[in-house]
Structure formats: C-alpha cells, structure tokens
Design a protein around this ligand. Structure first.
Ligand code: URA
Length: 439
C-alpha cells in the first residue's frame, strides 16, 4: 500500500477505506512505517477528522493489532479509563475501593499524554512494576481483585506507537484518535464492563461540553456494538481535580484520601466513577448502592488495605500507605504567592499541566525521563478569596530554573478577579447506551 497516497487522501479530507486504515494500523504496530509518515497521517486526521465508520474501523483494527484477551479473573473483568486530566488520580482511589467491594479490575493505564498525567508514571514513582506477564496479571486480579499495568507490547501495539507519537506532535486532541486509542485497549484487554471518564473544561483534551459529549457517545457506541457494558461520565476539569499535581505527590493525595485524612472533588468523582464500575461489573445493583458500598470500604479501611496489597503485589513501596508525607520531598519546596487580593476567577488547567511538565513531571519528548519528586500542591480552588501574598500553591522543584519557569506559568494560569465566582462544576452528565442524563 502506498503510504504517501493514504496521507494525501486524508490531507484532502477524504474518508479512508477499511484497507487503508488496516495498512496504517499494521505499519504502526510492526513499525514498518516510519514515525514521520505516521505523524503526518496523525496530523491529517487531527485536522480533517474521521467519520463514524472510519473511527469504528480504526478502533477495531487497533484492538486486533495484538492479542485479544478473554481473561479468566473469577468474575466480570471491569476497567475504567479517563480521557486525561491534571491532578486526576481517580484510579489510585477507586481501584482499591472497588476491589475491596469485590470487583475484578484488570486495568490497563497510560503514561502522561500532553499536559495530562498518567497512572503508570505515578505507580512507577513509588517503585511499582507496571509491566507484568499476562498470566501473573490475571492471577493477581483473581487473588486480590485488581492489577494495574501499562500497555504491553502484546495488547493494542498500534496504540502504543501512536500514543507516544501523538504526545509529541500536538495531535492528542482529536476525537477519532482519542476514541480509538481508549476503546482499542479496552476491547483488546477483554474488559466486559467499561466506565469512561470524559473530562470537560480548561484542562481537558476536549475542553468544550459538546466535543466531550460527542466523544463519550462515540466510545459508548463502539463499546456497546462490541458487546460490552459501557457507561461514561462527563466530569469537570476546570481546575486540577485533586489538590496535588505531580507523580509522587498524586500518590500522596490518593493515600491520604484512603486514610480518611482528606476528601474534596477527587473523592467525589472517584466515588461516582467507582459506583458506575461496581454497577457495570454486576457487584452493585445500581450506582446508589455502589456508592454506599464504596463509602463503607473507605470508612472501614479496607480500601487502604487493598491499596497496600496492590502496591505490594507489584513490587512497590507499601510504606507510603503509613507515611504519605514522605512523598512530598524535593530539593526546592516553595510557595507561589498571590500577586494581589481577590477571588480565584478561573484557572487555565492545561497551562497548569504544562507547568508540571516544566518541573519535570511530564515529558516533552518521547525519551524524556520523569522526575517523580516534582509538582505542586494547590492551596486554593476556583471561587476562593485570597489576600495578597497568600499561597496559590506550593511548588516542589528540582532546581531554581525549573521553579522560576513553573512559577511564571502558574501565575499566568491562575486568574484573580473581583466578582464572586461559583465553584467549578464536577459532574455534568452520564452517557449510557440508553441515552444522556444531564445533571
Ligand atoms: N487516554 C488514552 O489512552 N488515549 C487517549 O488518546 C487519551 C487518553
């Protein structure tokens, strides 16, 4: 197949045939098409889009680019996936809570993408293995109810190649590329119950509600046609979800929530997603019952105990469950102060994500190494009143240069006004095969 001709077709906005899509996906999976041609096609798709048939063809071709699992995990295998956010560590909160309630979570997570963080990077920051042989992965789910790994070379390998290229070619924010990336992995891993967390707001890959809703509907449709039980929540990303941004710092945030020492929007959204997960996994009859079960697992400490088991099973440092404060440690720890008094009117959350990347918490190039220690803890939320000089956040930096760069970006990202401002919205809508419920 002539690859420049495929690129040219998409450049001129023509729909690609199933055969062209197969050739693209095969070339990405076995790396016979060079990165520069794949990147050119990704950009053409980003600019000219794909119709529903092309998006479905792309998803199925990517899912079939490697093994298709039919996992035996002693129950209904469930998974949740987020379109990505900042301070968005729901996985580390809801996976242990749901597993403590009896769910079987065989989870495939990603690394940071663009300005967003990734669970795999957070797990590796405390020494956890994120690549397990398939048999060990499934045994762990059977034994403790959960396992979280990164993408293996065997599952959806086309996505592995394309994901890394999109991260560094400004082609992340594309509905067909996001939908196919997420759903190919979920279909290949054999998840029967799937919960999608589609972010809306200034830190989301698709910032506006209409785009996020279209993305959620596309993914629910693809999953349902493939015979999976899928639901999606549209959740707010107009400011970091948890107060902590950065890899070790986000693990700290999750542990403190499971220890019952902190709450807030990260817990609220984790409970809402977890309740959906228990429902699609047949553990709860409905989300209300699911949420009550999760709250019990939080209150009786079984969620924290499950996190400890998960960390231990994957070779990480389980002492973080007893001493989360040890995860806040970097050569420079310094506040960024409010330049004037006022109300937090708005946050450019994408820019906050890039501030974390500037500190070394994310990658600018495929081969960049993450610094697990760096990031920041927000000291305010949208709608809060601050006096001049009060801390906006505390930055954890490796050196003065990255501190100065991040400080400048944070001050640009956090807008201080005078008018009273309501808190950011957290849950906008639920999408199921039956339709959309708006809140
Ligand atoms: N998560 C993914 O796995 N892929 C995307 O494209 C976005 C978020």
């Amino acid at each position: 197949m002539n690859f420049p001709a495929i690129i040219a077709d998409k450049k001129f906005g023509r729909a690609l045939t199933g055969e062209q899509i197969e050739a693209f996906v095969r070339g990405a999976a076995d790396k016979t098409v060079p990165d520069y041609q794949l990147s050119a096609l990704l950009m053409a798709i980003r600019l000219n889009g794909m119709d529903a048939r092309e998006t479905a063809d792309l998803t199925l071709a990517m899912a079939r680019s490697g093994d298709m699992l039919h996992p035996d995990v002693g129950g209904i295998p469930v998974d949740k996936h987020s379109t990505g956010g900042v301070g968005d560590t729901t996985t580390l909160v809801l996976v242990p809570l749901c597993a403590a309630c009896g769910a079987k979570i065989a989870k495939m997570s990603g690394r940071g993408l663009g300005h967003t963080g990734g669970t795999v990077d957070k797990m590796e920051s405390i020494g956890m293995r994120t690549s397990l042989p398939e048999a060990d992965f499934l045994r762990q789910v059977r034994e403790i109810g959960c396992a979280v790994v990164g993408q293996s070379a065997e599952l959806a390998p086309a996505d592995k190649t394309l994901y890394a290229l999109r991260d560094t070619t400004a082609t992340v924010d594309s509905l067909p590329l996001i939908a196919s990336s997420i759903m190919s992995k979920k279909l290949a891993s054999g998840a029967q119950g799937i919960v999608l967390d589609v972010k809306v707001g200034s830190g989301a890959i698709m910032p506006d509600y209409a785009g996020s809703l279209a993305l959620a509907k596309t993914m629910v449709d693809i999953g349902t046609r493939a015979g999976r039980n899928v639901s999606a929540l549209l959740t707010g990303m107009d400011e970091p979800l948890g107060s902590h941004v950065g890899n070790m710092l986000e693990v700290k945030d999750a542990v403190e929530i499971l220890r019952g020492e902190s709450a807030g929007p990260l817990l609220t959204v984790s409970l809402a997603l977890g309740a959906q997960l228990l429902t699609v996994g047949g553990v709860a009859a409905n989300p209300e019952e699911g949420e009550a079960m999760l709250r019990r697992a939080l209150a009786d400490g079984s969620g924290l105990e499950k996190l400890r088991q998960l960390i231990r099973a994957q070779g990480g440092d389980e002492s973080v469950c007893d001493h989360p404060e040890a995860l806040a440690d970097a050569p420079i720890v310094r506040d960024v102060a409010a330049p004037r008094a006022g109300v937090i009117a708005r946050m450019d959350t994408t820019l906050l994500g890039y501030a974390a990347q500037e500190l070394g918490a994310g990658r600018r190039q495929k081969t960049d190494q993450i610094d697990p220690r760096v990031g920041f803890i927000m000291r305010c939320r949208v709608g809060d009143n601050l006096s001049a000089g009060a801390p906006i956040c505390t930055v954890y930096a490796a050196n003065e240069d990255t501190f100065a760069g991040a400080q400048q970006m944070i001050l640009r990202a956090v807008e201080i006004g005078d008018a009273p401002t309501p808190p950011s919205r957290l849950i906008y809508a639920m999408v199921t095969p039956q339709g959309v419920t708006e809140y």
